[in-house]
Design a protein around this ligand. Structure first.
Ligand SMILES: [Zn+2]
Length: 476
């Protein structure tokens, strides 16, 4: 993400709530009927995965494999009519499980072929499947709903979810917007493949993640089918729609690029769009192969949003981006999208990498060197008394997760690490990181272990100073 997000002091009380939820989960488990050995012991899946920043996010008891989302949407009425089919595998014997859903009214819900009882409690959609589900069983949940999907406001005051524009809708999902329009296991730890089948008035273009499978116009409407074949975290899903000028090209390195630009922003964004092939090929040379079968960008006019997001295969921009912002969001395809955090407190692994990638791009194209950017007034050149140094990089809190620290101190951490372990070890480390955790999740502890392994050095004190302590690092 690249943002000019305003900060708010709205504390979530996240840790306490997560602890309460975990206690409730433990209680449920303890109360499950003992049964005979080998017999199913049904219980409710956990209503949370315990993320300290967003304790309502994610659910236990199953693993989603695929989302198939069919909907119609009319920008004039702002009404969505949708059916989402979730294919999942039970990871415990389930008599109840939760989905995350903030969307409009549900008219029908089935598990397999059977209508299932459900209730809504905040963003929890509590489902009671009958027959019950056994461990290892693959099952489908079909949810039909209609109405206007909501705009979601984040702890830092910014908006996401389903954001109507003057010609359609801008659809960013980080960190908690996807359930505005999609019943889901909304945690970056549960990736899945996606198919979107979107029907809109003829003339409107729908741009989703992955590959455009078909585009069919009949009776005044057009249906777009987008397929995301590589696993994707829910927050990276988008089906942004409106009036777009579409261009398709292929980079010299062979990566297909699909760009959709609001006609009013074509001139302003031309320079950034023109550099997409060079940026992708340069990053491929230092980070390893581009991880997906499609690349691109969606440049829309959503003036009340004010940030860009690295939606998988097609980052979305709420205004015309500069080249640096484009580079940032494309770098996230490796770091953030393919390799994802499992919990949000590790956000520096996304934002520090994407910020450092832009430093490298700037140096590569003849601008400031990474060392000069490190030293600059907005980075290490900040006074030791600056409040900037008082936020912990590896745990900035939900209201500062998209503030300066995970971005700039995160990038400084990587540059300082490069100086500590040398260029050869550093570039091996970040390339291996992308390869070894491709389509998966990894956290700060994993990164520290990987850095120590590749360098053969004890780096605990180094990372302690840069990631876990407040204050301007004086030596490392
Ligand atoms: Zn970012």
């Amino acid at each position: 993400m690249t943002s000019s997000r305003s900060r708010r002091a709205a504390r979530l009380g996240g840790a306490a709530l997560a602890a309460a939820l975990l206690t409730a989960t433990q209680a449920t488990t303890a109360l499950a009927a003992p049964g005979d050995p080998g017999e199913p012991r049904y219980s409710a899946g956990a209503p949370s995965l315990g993320d300290p920043y967003f304790p309502d996010q994610g659910n236990g008891g199953y693993d989603v494999r695929h989302y198939d989302v069919t909907f119609s949407y009319d920008p004039a009425t702002k009404v969505m009519d949708a059916t989402t089919v979730i294919t999942a595998v039970a990871t415990q014997d389930l008599d109840q499980f939760d989905l995350d859903f903030r969307g409009p009214q549900i008219t029908s819900l089935k598990v397999g072929k059977h209508p299932a009882a459900y209730r809504r409690d905040g963003q929890e959609l509590v489902v009671t499947p009958r027959p019950k589900l056994k461990t290892g069983e693959t099952f489908t949940v079909t949810v039909t709903y209609a109405g206007t999907p909501p705009v979601v406001t984040d702890p830092d005051g910014s908006i996401e979810g389903w954001v109507p524009t003057d010609d359609g809708a801008f659809v960013p999902g980080e960190p908690q917007g996807a359930p505005a329009w999609l019943p889901a296991n909304d945690s970056p730890a549960d990736k899945a493949t996606f198919t979107f089948r979107a029907t809109v008035p003829e003339g409107v273009t729908v741009v989703g993640n992955g590959r455009l499978v078909s585009r069919t116009t009949a009776d005044g409407t057009t249906t777009f089918v987008w397929d995301s074949a590589e696993p994707m975290a829910t927050y990276l899903a988008t089906v942004t729609l409106g009036n777009f000028v579409v261009n398709e090209t292929t980079t010299p390195g062979g990566i297909p690029v699909y760009t959709a630009v609001d006609p009013r922003l074509v001139t302003q964004s031309a320079a950034a769009v023109a550099r997409i092939p060079d940026i992708l090929d340069y990053f491929s040379s230092i980070f390893g192969p581009y991880p997906f079968n499609q690349a691109g960008a969606i440049i829309d006019r959503a003036p009340n949003v004010g940030y860009a997001l690295e939606s998988q295969t097609k980052p979305i921009f709420s205004s015309a981006p500069g080249v640096g912002t484009m580079a940032h969001e494309l770098a996230h395809q490796w770091y953030g999208d393919s390799v994802s955090v499992g919990k949000w407190s590790d956000i520096w692994l996304n934002e520090g990498f994407a910020t450092y990638a832009t430093w490298l791009w700037t140096e590569h194209t003849g601008g400031a060197t990474a060392q000069q950017t490190f030293n600059s007034a907005g980075n290490y050149g900040r006074a030791a008394t600056s409040s900037f140094w008082q936020i912990v990089t590896a745990d900035p809190g939900p209201e500062d997760m998209f503030g300066n620290v995970p971005y700039n101190r995160g990038a400084m951490t990587l540059h300082a690490l490069r100086g500590k372990i040398g260029d050869a070890a550093f570039f091996t480390l970040i390339k291996d990181w992308a390869a070894q955790h491709r389509y998966g999740n990894a956290g700060t502890a994993d990164f520290i272990r990987a850095a120590e392994k590749v360098s053969g050095m004890d780096l605990k004190a180094f990372f302690d100073v840069w990631l876990f302590q407040k204050g301007k690092p004086a030596s490392w």
